[in-house]
Design a protein. Structure first.
Lengths: 133, 133
DNA sequence: CTTGACTCCGTACTATGGTACGGGACCTAT
DNA sequence: ATAGGTCCCGTACCATAGTACGGAGTCAAG
């Protein structure tokens, strides 16, 4: 049940240094300040593991660590409007980004196709992107 | 026909400093080395403008500036296999990224919905992402 | 022929998200 | 009880993609 930092890290697919970085950023709590003075080895439970996985998911969703910090704070507060707003804002950004990536994919497909077509000579890489940006 | 650096930059929606940065990186040529010694004010034509727009498009497609440099070099070489390979690799990465973003969008929609549902108390932000990463 | 906008150039600084390093403490198996 | 593997801690460093700054040169208009 109680994990070491390296087990915690491995469980989320990140490095130990990354976990420690998140602690420094205040995204993960450092489970120990109340202990009797001396600095000893930390132990982590499923809560920390979930929190860490959440951080990675939220990162995949495009939130910055800064925003993730806010989300984590919201998770235990009652500010629903703020949480909804953040979600909506990010969804809009995601939709935009997804369309951009789709457009980019189109251009690349075009590039690959045109490049496969001719027999020799350079393929028109720059031209393949014309009228896209 | 001949533009100043700031016109070139504006035309691509970037800053002058960014153009100069790309020149330093070797992505845009510096139109002048062969001129008679003295360093004077550069003038840019439609070629440079297209090249700059390409850089932005390729960035949207997720290529790094390093990779864009390679693409630009490929554009005037005959290495079609390499160009196709880069395109295919990037398309695969884009497809992955698009799915990830879609999944993230799902989670966020869930978060927004659950957060809108209850009347008070915190909304389960972390829980909304469970089973996503 | 000066003023103000723009340019050039080099260097330094920024933000983001880590990654590495070195020394000491600690824990476990032999 | 000692060797090897972890852990803790602070500090430093890294890559990417710019952005800012200061001083000097240049250019067009009034």
């Amino acid at each position: 049940m109680a994990m070491s930092i390296s087990e915690l890290a491995r469980g989320a697919g990140v490095g130990v240094e990354t976990v420690r970085y998140y602690q420094r950023r205040g995204l993960l709590e450092d489970p120990r300040p109340q202990k009797t003075g001396a600095g000893g080895i930390r132990h982590y439970g499923p809560d920390e593991a979930r929190r860490l996985r959440f951080i990675r998911s939220a990162q995949d969703a495009g939130f910055t660590l800064e925003e993730i910090g806010e989300l984590l704070r919201l998770d235990s507060s009652d500010d629903r409007p703020r949480a909804r707003e953040m979600a909506r804002t990010r969804i809009a950004a995601l939709d935009q980004q997804i369309s951009r990536l789709r457009a980019a994919r189109q251009s690349l497909a075009k590039l690959a196709k045109e490049c496969a077509g001719g027999v020799d000579g350079p393929c028109p890489i720059i031209a393949s992107f014309e009228g896209v940006g």
